[in-house]
Each structure stands twice: as structure tokens, then as C-alpha cells.
Design a protein around this ligand. Structure first.
Ligand code: F6P
Length: 550
């Protein structure tokens, strides 16, 4: 891995793609009339049925995209990641979230040490802890069983667990609930704790570094709330029975006052946004149980194996990653929508925002040289059909190209009927109809044929040729959720490799943190610190102080 990244714009494939993009006139009406095109564009990865046929590509474009992957050395970089090479060069770390879901009988050496037994040792401790909470064997300091688990964490130490907890709600044990505190806005802690009984509440402080201001502040607030509610009990005992921690920095956990026996570790080769399948997922394990969590890990591993071993022409993460490159770099798309037709996935777009944008929102390559292409599109989305009644107008008729992934499951978690109607089928009719409408559009003649007055025809025309990928799974099981998460992890990786960037560092979050530390005294009334700010910041803080003192 010592050679620098390949400049994708210098490859023959890039020139070919540039030529193919020039004057490209997609015709999804013709493509979708062709059974063979649809058959060849429909793939399977694990339990996921993936229909790529409604994308703005041709066989020639697919060939050139696969050549691009070849010419930038995608498979060598993928193999280096799976083998534990230090591909996170700016932090000098291996990138081994895939090791978190290896089966116990596998082995993977990093610097001469097999990490798989370590992974399973921690997993075993997390499972044992979760079983004790779930069975009531683990009690709070008053002897009562735990009813609520509050995860305190932010970024990857929050978004993955909360997304998965919401997605797997039907599997959560009766009588147990999880809540999540992330924001340092005190409203978050106040509203999340409201109505909880300290005697039956257990906190999991989740922080890879155990140095994150938001998380440590919230952990202190929660500790004070707990002790306040449990006066008369020994404080050390109360913290020991009501606080556990997850971190790579176990020394700092002890400094905070949490018994190291109540801490679960992980490793610097797990990035924060790739960590929901590490001990960071402890709240989820408590909620759904070790068996279900193991199914989630197995689903992720199945997708890892698909990515690692499937030839490029059938490799779903490779093809979806390359499609994103095509749209971003050749068709000038700036954003990418992810639209789950599954209410349980309502936090999936938010989770993907960190995964994709913290990974690929970079302006330099992994050797420190500037990128040679656009990178990191903006990911966003909301569950259908809510999105349909909010922003789909722009996707259907706006001036921007918005590639979109539509995700649905065949079997609903809650099969309700409205009279004779199966409500899930009413819902999924939208999933099928929207991608069709986006692809085919409606011509002026078709609008006229509906009897529309001529003056209104332009407003009612749909250009069509708006690209979508449809992903259909049997049901939202833990395994399917794991497959979806790993799918998007690998799509993100593929894009990062083409662009030559380190998708595993996040230096872009540092400056804001540093400045917040500098600004804090000024906000608190220190005039020297205020004087050190620029004019706009000074004026804003002045105004804040005036408003606050009223
Ligand atoms: O936002 C920066 C970041 O470092 C993320 O990458 C990470 O997921 C989050 O902060 C939380 O970090 P930690 O788990 O160390 O508290």
C-alpha cells in the first residue's frame, strides 16, 4: 500500500466514460421495454433482490465503469482492507469492521495477532451481560430489575444503535426499552430522562475515544440525575449497578468511575461510523437479545462475503458504488436520496449520512494530494410515503438529477387491513409506482390525451429518465438489516477507492471542536476571550449574552 492512489481521471476508462457521457440521451422507456435488459440488470446479494434496470446506464457504460474499477485497483484495495492492512493511512490504522462479524472459527492476523478470538471474547461478555439484564438477574441498586437502557453516545456511538433499535422494534423484549441521548443540548437529556425511574434505569456510556465532550457531559448529567434519585444508597454501588461503558479507552472509563468489569472494549481498527456491530451495539443486544444480534452479524458477514468474492458484474456493492461515481462525476448529480418504504427504517437515512458523508466528504487523497474529481455526494432521505407528500415534487419535475435508492420488504412487521385492503400492499403499490413514474414520466401528448387544457400541459409533463435502484427484501429481519448496513458500507468504500481518498478518517470534524473550546469562555462572560473573536462572532455572542440576561 505504499504507492499513492491512482488518479482516476488519468485512466483510459475515465476518458471512455467522459466520451460516453457527452451527449448521452438516456431512454428508460426503451430500456424497460426490453426484458433482457431488466433480467441482466437484476441481481441478488444475500436476501436482497436488487433491480438496477431503472438507472441511466447502457451496457457500454457498465463495461467502462467496471474497467474503471479495474484500473484504479479496486480489488487489490478491497483485499487489503479484508486482510487488515493499514489502509487508513492518515491515522495509520487497519480497517477491520468486517472482522467484527467473522465466525468464531475464522482467524485473521493483524500484526501477528489473531483478532477473531478477541472479538468473540468481548461478544461473549456483552451477550452474558445482556442475558443478565434481560432475565432480571442484573438488578439496580434497589434490587429492582432494569426496565430502561439509556445509551449515551454521539455519531457512530449513537446513530447505528438507534437506527437498528428502531428497525428491529418488533424483536425488542417486552418490558424493556432503550432510549438514546446524543446531543449536548440539555433538552436531549432532560426530555429523554423524563418519566424514568432511576431504580430501573441502566446507562451505557458509548464512546470510542471516551473523550467526546457531548458524551462525557451527558454521562455526568445522567450520573447526577441517578444519584439524586437514589439518595440513601452508596454512590459507588449505585454507579456500579447503573452504569456500564463501551470504549477503546478503558483507562478513561475507570477515571470516570465506571468499574472496568462493567466495560466492554473494542479496537482502533473499528471506525466510529462502522462500529454498530462492535460492543457499541450493546444497547441493541440487550433489547433484541444475543441470538438476534448474532443473526445481524451473520447478515453483515454474508454481504462481506458477497463483496469479497462475487465477480464485479454481479457484485452489488461494486456496481452501486460505480453507479454513484457515474452520477456524481459524469452526470453532475450532487445528492443521493435513500427512500425506505419501511417505516421501521426511518432512521436509516440519518445513519447513512454519517457513514457516507463522514467517509467520503474529503478534498484530499490518502497520500495528501488534492482530489482530482468531485467526491462525496449529499445523502438524504425520509421514509415513503411521507417523502412523496413533501419533496418528491423536486425529484419528479425539478431541474436537478437526484439518483434514489428505494428499499422495501415484502412481509410487513404489522400486517394490518383496512376493510378488504391489505395496508402493506397499498403502501408497496407506491414503492412500485414511484420508480415507474420517475423512469417513464409522462409526455405532453399523454397529458393532452387525458383532456388537460393546453395551458396546463407543460406543468403536467414528467420528463422521466429519473434514475432509481429498487432493493426488495423478504422482511426486515436482523439478518436483512445487517445485509443492508454492510451493503452501504461497501458502496461507500468503492466510491472512496475510485476517488483515491481515505474513507476512514474524519479530520474535518476537528476544527469546529477546537474553536468551540476557544469560544466557551467568551460565551461564559470572559471579555478577553470575547475580544479574541472575529467581529461577527463577537457580535453574535454579545447578542446572546444580552438575550440570556433578560
Ligand atoms: O464526529 C466525529 C466522531 O469522531 C465520529 O467519527 C464518531 O463516531 C463520533 O465523533 C463519536 O466519537 P466517540 O465514539 O469517540 O465518542
Amino acid at each position: 500500500m505504499s504507492d499513492g492512489p491512482v488518479d482516476p481521471t488519468g485512466t483510459a476508462a475515465w476518458s471512455r466514460l467522459t466520451a460516453l457521457a457527452e451527449g448521452f440521451e438516456p431512454d428508460l422507456r426503451a430500456a424497460l421495454a426490453d426484458e433482457e435488459w431488466v433480467r441482466r440488470s437484476t441481481l441478488t446479494a444475500g436476501d436482497l433482490h436488487v433491480d438496477l434496470s431503472k438507472n441511466l446506464v447502457t451496457p457500454e457504460i457498465w463495461t467502462a465503469l467496471r474497467e474503471l474499477a479495474d484500473q484504479v485497483g479496486l480489488s487489490a484495495r478491497r483485499d487489503a482492507m479484508f486482510a487488515g492492512e493499514r489502509i487508513n493511512v492518515t491515522e495509520d490504522r487497519a480497517v477491520l469492521h468486517t472482522a467484527l462479524r467473522l465466525p468464531a472459527d475464522a482467524s485473521l492476523e493483524v500484526d501477528g495477532h489473531d483478532v477473531v478470538p478477541d472479538v468473540h471474547e468481548v461478544l461473549g461478555r456483552v451477550y452474558d451481560f445482556a442475558d443478565r439484564v434481560r432475565s432480571g438477574a442484573w438488578t439496580g441498586v434497589t434490587g429492582e430489575r432494569i426496565r430502561t437502557v439509556v445509551n449515551i453516545g454521539i455519531g457512530g456511538s449513537d446513530l447505528g444503535p438507534v437506527m437498528a433499535y428502531e428497525a428491529l422494534a418488533p424483536y425488542v423484549q417486552d418490558g424493556l426499552e432503550c432510549r438514546f441521548i446524543s446531543n449536548i443540548d440539555p433538552t436531549d437529556a432532560a426530555t429523554t430522562l423524563a418519566g424514568l425511574d432511576p431504580a430501573t434505569t441502566l446507562f451505557i456510556v458509548s464512546s470510542k475515544t471516551f473523550g467526546t465532550l457531548e458524551t462525557l457531559t451527558n454521562a455526568r448529567l445522567c450520573r447526577a440525575w441517578l444519584l439524586d434519585g437514589l439518595t440513601g444508597h452508596d454512590e459507588g454501588e449505585a454507579v456500579a449497578r447503573h452504569f456500564v461503558a463501551v470504549s477503546t479507552a478503558l483507562d478513561k472509563v475507570a477515571d470516570f468511575g465506571i468499574d472496568p468489569d462493567n466495560a466492554f472494549g473494542f479496537w482502533d481498527w473499528v471506525g466510529g461510523r462502522y462500529s454498530m456491530d462492535s460492543a457499541i451495539g450493546t444497547s441493541l443486544v440487550v433489547a433484541v437479545g444475543p441470538e438476534r444480534f448474532a443473526e445481524l452479524l451473520a447478515g453483515m458477514h454474508a454481504m462481506d462475503e458477497h463483496f469479497r468474492t462475487t465477480p464485479p458484474e454481479h457484485n452489488v456493492p461494486v456496481l452501486m458504488g460505480l453507479l454513484n461515481v457515474w452520477y456524481t462525476n459524469f452526470l453532475d448529480a450532487q445528492t443521493h436520496a435513500v427512500l425506505p418504504y419501511a417505516q421501521l427504517l426511518h432512521r436509516f437515512p440519518a445513519y447513512l449520512q454519517q457513514l457516507t458523508m463522514e467517509s467520503n466528504g474529503k478534498g484530499v487523497r490518502w497520500d495528501g494530494t488534492p482530489v482530482t474529481t468531485g467526491t462525496g455526494e449529499v445523502f438524504w432521505g425520509e421514509p415513503g410515503t411521507n417523502g412523496q407528500h413533501a419533496f418528491y415534487q423536486l425529484i419528479h419535475q425539478g431541474t436537478r438529477l437526484v439518483p434514489a435508492d428505494f428499499i422495501a420488504v415484502a412481509r410487513p412487521a404489522y400486517p394490518l387491513v383496512d376493510g378488504d385492503a391489505d395496508v402493506h400492499e397499498l403502501f408497496l403499490a407506491n414503492f412500485f409506482a414511484q420508480t415507474r413514474a420517475l423512469a417513464l414520466g409522462k409526455t405532453a401528448d399523454e397529458v393532452r390525451a387525458e383532456g388537460t387544457a393546453e395551458a396546463l400541459v407543460p406543468a403536467r409533463v414528467f420528463t422521466g429518465n429519473r434514475p432509481t435502484t429498487s432493493i426488495l427484501a423478504p422482511e426486515l429481519s436482523p439478518s436483512v438489516l445487517g445485509q443492508l448496513v454492510a451493503l452501504y458500507e461497501h458502496i461507500t468504500f468503492v466510491q472512496g477507492v475510485v476517488w483515491g481518498i481515505d474513507s476512514f478518517d474524519q479530520w474535518g470534524v476537528e476544527l469546529g471542536k477546537q474553536l468551540a473550546q476557544q469560544v466557551t469562555p467568551a460565551v461564559g462572560g470572559d471579555d478577553d476571550a470575547l475580544a479574541a473573536q472575529d467581529a461577527s462572532t463577537r457580535s453574535l455572542i454579545d447578542q446572546y449574552r444580552r438575550l440570556r440576561s433578560r
